[in-house]
Design a protein around this ligand. Structure first.
Ligand SMILES: C[S@@+](CC[C@H](N)C(=O)[O-])C[C@H]1O[C@@H](n2cnc3c(N)ncnc32)[C@H](O)[C@@H]1O
Length: 403
């Protein structure tokens, strides 16, 4: 039953300030009719540092995670409780509290007892801790870690890239599930995830290892190379996960899956293979799409061919700026087209640029089917591609639907 918001938040405040029992707290979403909170999501937990126990706050804005530690947590907590988040989820070792703010600005607070007590983790800087420990068997099987379970120096960048992609996937799944945008999978009907352009399937296996400990999941890796399919299928059999991870040799544009996936992943699928992946995601009506594009040759070539619109010469005169402009235009156009197709899209950095320059991630959650008025998005998109005389690959694919 709904109740006044302030006393309900104040009860949660007391639970969060209880550093003996808090496991973690999470604030997400926005209250109806209110502005977006400063952060998309905030996670709170206690960590034991040299100077004693601190509240660790990890705040996700549009582009990155900001972590801070607070010896006296009251001020920062009060600031966070003042933000117009729509949901608070607080886990203690014995209880879970779920608070949702209603349309009328009241609180719906639901408390459940945990079937089994969970001990809070207080280790330092868990935000930087690995989702997959270095000695996880999957990393050895993939050749990322050596026999002693240490990541090989030459594979550090790949390890970090996959870890950060997993972190983004984990947060996106969590957000989409809480917002009711993603179905709750069951053993009979597991979450269907496809990894398009999977290559050696580092991400596919890592995602399986991470997700399968949390929910029923079935993964399919797709790559145009037969050698990839053969090698990855052997690794799956060696790990004993071939029942829930399978590989298909096919082009992204024409792969046939038995059932449409819920989640589409594409990590560095080359050039317009990312457009193929986004197009298939739209066709499949996938609820969640995470795509980190690779090289951007298509629009780059178009920019070289077409005359620069009046007033923009400074952007295209020098090769390096023209290439960067092409990168930006490519991903901006992809995001716009997905919005027109009914997705909520963020373009974020998923791994530090020191580790790879290919560090952009398109994160798209399906929010509506056809029918919602997208004319504003469409006008903006038409103006952008009209000004630059672009014919983006994804637009061509979408235009050809049903043809
Ligand atoms: C740069 S690799 C990335 C591999 C993997 N996702 C990763 O990040 O480790 C790109 C992969 O996409 C595959 N690929 C490129 N175009 C494709 C297409 N149209 N259909 C299927 N696979 C494709 C390539 O064979 C290659 O294995």
């Amino acid at each position: 039953m709904a109740e006044p918001l302030l006393p309900a938040l104040s009860r949660l405040r007391a639970e969060i300030l209880d550093d003996e029992h808090l496991v973690r707290a999470l604030a997400t979403g926005r209250r109806r009719g209110r502005e977006e909170p400063r952060y998309r999501r905030v996670e709170l937990r206690y960590v034991d540092l040299k100077g004693g126990r601190h509240l660790q706050v990890t705040a996700y804005d549009g582009t990155q995670a900001l972590t801070s530690n607070h010896r006296d947590p009251r001020e920062v907590l009060d600031d966070l409780l003042d933000l117009p988040f729509g949901n608070w989820h607080v886990d203690t070792d014995v209880r879970s509290h779920q608070l949702r703010v209603t349309k009328k600005g009241e609180a719906l607070l639901h408390t459940t007892e945990r079937a089994e007590a969970t001990a809070p983790q207080r280790s330092h800087d868990q935000a930087k801790e690995r989702l997959l420990a270095e000695d996880h068997p999957v990393l050895r099987a993939l050749g990322i870690a050596d026999e002693q379970g240490r990541v090989k120096p030459s594979r550090q960048a790949k390890y970090r890239q996959v870890e950060e992609f997993l972190r983004a996937l984990d947060a996106a799944l969590d957000d989409a599930t809480r917002a009711g945008r993603l179905r709750v999978p069951t053993t009979e009907d597991p979450l269907r995830v496809v990894d398009l352009g999977c290559g050696n399937a580092y991400l596919t296996f890592a995602a399986h290892a991470w997700l399968s400990e949390r929910l029923p999941v079935a993964l399919t890796g797709v790559d145009v190379k037969e050698q990839s399919r053969r090698h990855n299928s052997e690794v799956a059999a060696g790990l004993g996960v071939d029942g829930s991870v399978r590989f298909v040799q096919a082009g992204i544009a024409d792969v046939q899956l038995e059932q449409a996936p819920d989640v589409v992943l594409a990590l560095h699928a080359c050039d317009t293979a990312t457009d193929d992946a986004l197009f298939r995601a739209v066709e499949w009506e996938a609820d969640l799409v995470l795509a980190a594009p690779c090289c951007h040759h298509d629009l780059s070539a178009q920019l070289r061919r077409e005359p620069t619109p009046p007033g923009y010469d400074a952007l295209t005169r020098d090769g390096i700026l023209r290439e960067r402009l092409a990168d930006t235009l490519t991903d901006a156009v992809r995001a716009s087209l997905l919005r027109i197709e009914g997705y909520r899209v963020d373009v974020v950095e998923f791994v530090d640029s020191a580790h790879t320059p290919r560090n952009t991630l398109l994160r798209a959650v399906r929010t509506s089917g056809p029918g919602r008025d997208r004319s504003g998005d469409r006008e903006d998109y038409d103006r952008l591609v009209g000004t630059w005389r672009l014919r983006p690959a994804l637009a061509e694919l979408l235009a050809g639907r049903g043809a």
